[in-house]
Ligand binder design. Structure first.
Ligand code: HEM
Length: 232
């Protein structure tokens, strides 16, 4: 995967870029099939706008009264799948990692997810609100690892969120402003439900004590964080 990210975007057979484009076509085709089925369900009143994301996107116009095309709807759904999958699993993986490394804060876990998000959250892009020739690329990591805002940024220290916490706009795991992550509430809920259940049922230990973190492009333990679970 890492090789694909850093390879040149030339669409030649055998390259990661080529495979990526091919995979994109087949995913888009699959999504378009689902969207057309949804449209029929809506027409036949088997489904309504509030049933799921595709029904909503197909039936609710933008502020100018314009509806999304099937392709735009497919791309929005796909964006949400990509935006939700790696981010949420990465968050859960690192909560598991730090809880294994810091047993003393294991019992405090429900309030600690916030600290994880500061340290390992890595992606996001910011666009300027006014039209401009340049686009700014920003990641939460660049802000979260800035020692000016978070002294000793590599240190996992849940107490940072105590008291008044960080200065405004320094802790931004979901971005801020008009492009703030629309999945932030569901992501928090999913993570809390997972952690509540796993902590309630198990303690665990890491099988590779010094496992490295790689960035592909989200940070992940290099070997997938193998752990051994011990039921309570
Ligand atoms: C821990 C989990 C998650 C993290 C850390 C996260 C983080 C982010 C960040 C930093 C951005 C960019 C914000 C910006 O540009 O200012 C973003 C955008 C986005 N996220 Fe999430 N996200 C998470 C989960 C989710 C979930 C569960 C969904 C969908 C159900 C989702 C859907 C999206 C979408 C569609 C965007 C693009 C929004 C836009 O450009 O207008 N995310 N997310």
């Amino acid at each position: 995967m890492a090789a694909g990210i850093f390879s040149l975007p030339i669409n030649l057979p055998g390259t990661s870029f080529y495979r990526g484009i091919k995979a994109a076509h087949s995913i888009r085709k699959k999504l378009l099939g689902i969207i057309r089925q949804r449209k029929m369900d809506l027409v036949e009143k088997k489904s309504c706008h509030a049933d799921d994301l595709s029904s909503y996107l197909l039936t609710v116009p933008d502020d100018g009264g314009k509806f999304m095309s099937e392709l735009e709807t497919a791309d929005k759904i796909w964006g949400s799948i990509i935006g939700s999958q790696d981010s949420t699993t990465t968050a859960i993986t690192f909560v598991m990692k730090y809880l294994a490394e810091f047993p003393d804060i294991y019992d405090e876990v429900l309030k600690e997810t916030k600290e994880h998000c500061r340290k390992e959250n890595s992606w996001g892009a910011a666009k300027l609100e006014r039209p401009t020739e340049h686009e700014i690329y920003w990641t939460p990591n660049t802000t979260h690892k800035n020692p000016e805002y978070f002294p000793q940024p590599e240190k996992f220290d849940p107490s940072r969120s105590e008291g008044t916490g960080s200065i405004p706009y320094a802790y931004v795991p979901f971005g801020r402003g008009p492009r703030i992550c629309p999945g932030k509430d569901i992501a928090r809920l999913v993570i809390l439900v997972f952690i509540y259940n796993v902590v309630g049922k198990f303690r665990w230990e890491k099988l590779i004590p010094d496992e490295n973190t790689v960035v592909v492009p989200v940070p992940l333990p290099a070997k997938g964080l193998p752990i051994r679970l011990y039921p309570h």
